[in-house]
Design a protein around this ligand. Sequence first.
Ligand SMILES: Nc1ncnc2c1ncn2[C@@H]1O[C@H](COP(=O)(O)OP(=O)(O)OP(=O)(O)O)[C@@H](O)[C@H]1O
Ligand code: SF4
Ligand SMILES: [Mg+2]
Length: 329
Amino acid sequence: MMDSAPLLAVKGLTIALPTAEGGRAFAVRGVDLSIGEGEIVGLAGESGSGKTLSALAVLGLLPAGASIGGQIRFDGRDLTAEGGQGAAAVRGRDVAMVFQDPMTALHPMLSVGRQMTEHLVFHRRIGQAEADATAVAMLERVRIPNPRAAMKRYPHQFSGGMRQRIAIASALAAGPKLLIADEPTTALDVTVQAGILRLIESLRRELKLSVLLITHDLGVMSALADRVYVLYAGRVVERGSRADVLARPRHPYTRGLLDALPHGSPADHPLSALPGAPPAIGRFPSGCAFHPRCGFAQDVCRADIPDLLDVGAGSAIACPVDPLAAVPA
Ligand SMILES: Nc1ncnc2c1ncn2[C@@H]1O[C@H](COP(=O)(O)OP(=O)(O)OP(=O)(O)O)[C@@H](O)[C@H]1O
Ligand code: SF4
Ligand SMILES: [Mg+2]
């Protein structure tokens, strides 16, 4: 599915944040990531690994005082070279985002119709009647019952699942090429979650939408993502197809994450559930930041930051020890 030039290509992304002590600490440390047209790419990793910051960098919405390095190319534009203006130009129009809590995207005091059409008039420069028709069609597409009546209602009059559908409709109304969905189902119960995941999958098919799906829930990832990137302490430690990363994980961290799943799949590899907690920024361990929690750590792991090396078929891992290579298939 990947073109020669992917829709989004992030290279060597670094993000440093100011610390309370007056210094700076790197939260994202050299992330490479690409998304092709119509592709759903998952970004996984425990809390604090840099998932949301990486996405916010694409949108030019990093916290005040953050500094960014590396390159972000989107649809032929070099957003980093264009500075904040490049990201501002694509934000909302070509790249849209939905969050865990749909109320962060929806204005509580504005009717659904008003917020959707204001957004459309602003981004697409169309008249009110056309904006109304587009908003109704998009609400219909995300399966909001009676969309014309829904346009007159307010976000709090809908359930959490319906609000997330409305937030997705609102994000997609201007016809973006890339949707960034940050934990879009985490606040929803399991049945509602499944409906939202099916919706994202159908939107990808119908609209040729590309999706960056951020979640620490590998179950959600396995339902939807074509390819998966696993982040740890601001670095990609493993990437590959969904089947390779989630069914045949090679990096000890990915394998630990999978073992920590309640239903423990895959079952037959030699790590138990992940011990310990991920490190905070400014306190990343030397070398491979995972080494204090890794059952395979050796001296070299404490000394050198492992490069992300290709291991074939689009997969790469950042672990020179590669324990799986030593385990008979
Ligand atoms: N505005 C901010 N000011 C200071 N530190 C921040 C800020 N935003 C994020 N961080 C820190 O940067 C690191 C990465 O944050 P990020 O939000 O990208 O993590 P995440 O992978 O999305 O985690 P989660 O799964 O909890 O959402 C964290 O340690 C976080 O505390
Ligand atoms: S580099 Fe070393 S510490 Fe890091 S995951 Fe591999 S074996 Fe474990
Ligand atoms: Mg986050």
